[in-house]
Design a protein around this ligand. Structure first.
Ligand SMILES: Cc1cc2nc3c(=O)[nH]c(=O)nc-3n(C[C@H](O)[C@H](O)[C@H](O)COP(=O)(O)OP(=O)(O)OC[C@H]3O[C@@H](n4cnc5c(N)ncnc54)[C@H](O)[C@@H]3O)c2cc1C
Length: 523
């Protein structure tokens, strides 16, 4: 039987794309190599039976800006969000802390403890974000502007020079210019870590402003019952519109005839015929080099993807606890949606990347903490704790020649001891069970977490917008093929649980097929 559309990969973006295509009237199949759909939005009891961890993503925030959340009726399909107050907490390992409240005035009061001037600046920057928000959201949830068009637009704007300068600034340059207090500077700059941008990477300043403003605006939610409920809601919408999902089904080739894909072949040899469209949620390298092949895409494209940059790798620890562990800096910290434990200066934050990029696991990294059972008690048995640590960032290949498989537990011990000695006294003795995912484990579990990364490609200006992943594929179309599309985080607007690339790709496909896009954009 032939499908109108086959989507390779059931990450949340593949599912989002599939939902819109099914709503547009196409007969859609999603094929997923893992035993469960969801990709990096998956929850499993990895630490111990009865303790439900978000294996990859936990924080649900950018997706709240997405038209898809309403269009695809995720709430009606069972998505329930827990949005704690405070939203976000920073704990430095020398004892400082800073909270973002749900209310801007609460955050202003918290920052004013460090600097009245910086508190006023935070508020002014937030107001700047609110004024720009409609354009920001539209920019994320539509086809990206080409760089040439963007520069032409800036050149017509009297403020265009400053705007472009801000887009280029590193986090270090921008926070030093904008804030006075060292702790506030380190706090704001640390948001650039969520794009794997060091304080010295071009573009980190604007990202830090945007990400921290979104946190202030919509709040960081944890999904009740696990992040997997996001993909379950998408799957329910898809199946409600006649779409199908097949798990344990790994695609090993897109079968091409001339400039068109006509089938996907699964490992084991089964071929699924495709009448109209193939959309790929796989990372851009895998699609190009493995599934299509250099003979189909040509040398120039293959060569760019062979040199595609992945960025820095994650290292995660999921720990079941005999009871929740309180933060030394105060009980309210532990209730935040997302918590940074980190060094307190820009120099130390920069050193994390210097070590990581030299192949050395950082001694005092930034650790993202999600206090899963405190925020969502349904995740663990009554009275028990469940906590997740995401180490930002470690090298994929270690300079000491050791293979992560032989060194992961020792590094996890170091991280636990360091946290126990600083922000989380009592942590070590409360851990009843833990599982460690090195970059190798992350990649083995899910091949789209290439090198243990979360982005399907590094956050660097030449892999952004209409150049994401490469200029030839920058508008979701895998040229020179005429019916193959990219719909994952390797496309605009990039990584995170945003429902964005899937939404944008579905629009491109509907445009090309002459179908009315069944979403807000067509309203
Ligand atoms: C440890 C970690 C923590 C994170 N935390 C957050 C967070 O708190 N908040 C946030 O917003 N984001 C977070 N992220 C990032 C976010 O989860 C991802 O950027 C996003 O979910 C990617 O979604 P996607 O649908 O584009 O791709 P994926 O989720 O990677 O999905 C791609 C799918 O394609 C499948 N696939 C690949 N090749 C094939 C093939 N040949 N055949 C069949 N199927 C195939 C894969 O198995 C996978 O299911 C985190 C990521 C990691 C790794």
């Amino acid at each position: 039987m032939a499908y109108d559309a086959v989507v390779i990969g059931a990450g949340h973006n593949g599912l989002t794309c599939a939902c819109y295509l099914a709503r547009a009237g196409l007969k859609v199949l999603v094929v997923e190599q893992y035993r469960e759909y969801g990709g990096m939005t998956i929850s499993e009891d990895v630490a111990a039976p009865g303790y439900l961890s978000d294996v990859h993503a936990s924080g649900y925030l950018v997706a709240k800006l997405a038209p898809a959340q309403e269009d695809l009726e995720l709430t009606a399909h069972g998505l329930e969000l827990i949005t704690p107050d405070p939203n976000w907490a920073l704990v430095t390992t020398d004892g400082w802390s800073l909270l973002i409240g749900r209310d801007i005035e609460e955050t202003v009061r918290n920052i004013a403890r460090y600097s009245q001037k910086d508190a006023a600046t935070w508020k002014a920057l937030y107001e700047r974000y609110l004024a720009a928000k409609p354009a920001i959201v539209k920019g994320m949830y539509s086809a990206p502007q080409t760089e040439a068009a963007h520069l032409a637009q800036l050149s017509q704007d009297p403020q265009g020079g400053d705007e472009f300068r801000f887009e280029m600034q590193t986090a270090r340059s921008w926070v030093n210019e904008t804030f006075d207090n060292e702790t506030v500077r380190a706090f704001v700059a640390s948001f650039s870590f969520h794009a794997a941008a060091s304080p010295d990477d071009v573009g980190g300043g604007e990202f830090a402003w945007l990400f921290s403003s979104v946190v202030q605006d919509v709040g960081v939610s944890i999904v009740k019952g696990g992040m997997h409920r996001v993909s379950a809601a998408l799957a329910a919408d898809l199946e409600g519109h006649g779409g199908e999902i097949r798990t344990n089904a790994s695609v090993d080739k897109v079968v091409v005839n001339g400039e068109r894909a006509r089938a996907v072949r699964l490992t084991g040899g089964d071929e699924i015929a495709v009448d109209r469209v193939v959309a790929s949620n796989a990372d851009p390298y895998h699609l190009t080099i493995d599934l299509l092949g250099e003979d189909v895409v040509g040398n120039a494209i293959a060569d760019k993807l062979r040199h595609y940059e992945w960025g820095d790798s994650f290292f995660t620890i999921h720990a079941a606890l005999s009871e929740p562990v309180p933060f030394a800096a105060g009980d309210d910290i532990g209730h935040a949606g997302y918590i940074h434990v980190q060094p307190s200066t820009i120099e130390e934050l920069s050193e994390i990347f210097a070590q990581c990029r030299a192949g050395v696991p950082p001694e005092t990294p930034l650790v993202g903490v999600v206090n899963e059972a405190v925020v969502d008690p349904s995740r663990a048995p009554a009275g028990k704790g469940l906590i997740k640590f995401v180490v930002h960032y470690v090298p994929y290949r270690r300079a000491d020649g050791r293979w992560w498989d032989d060194a992961d537990e020792a590094y996890a011990d170091h991280i636990v001891d360091w946290l126990d000695g600083t922000a989380l006294p009592g942590l070590r003795n409360r851990i009843t069970n833990r599982v460690v995912h090195s970059p190798l484990d992350l990649e083995r579990r899910l091949p789209s977490s290439v090198h243990g990364t979360h982005q399907h490609g590094a956050f660097v200006p030449y892999q952004h917008g209409a150049m994401r992943p490469i200029p030839e594929f920058g508008h979701f179309r895998a040229t020179p093929l005429t019916n193959v599309y990219l719909c994952g985080a390797g496309s605009h607007p990039g990584s995170g649980v945003s429902l964005g690339p899937g939404y944008n790709a579905a629009q491109a496909i509907c445009d090309d097929l002459g179908l009315t896009f069944p979403g807000a954009a067509s309203a």
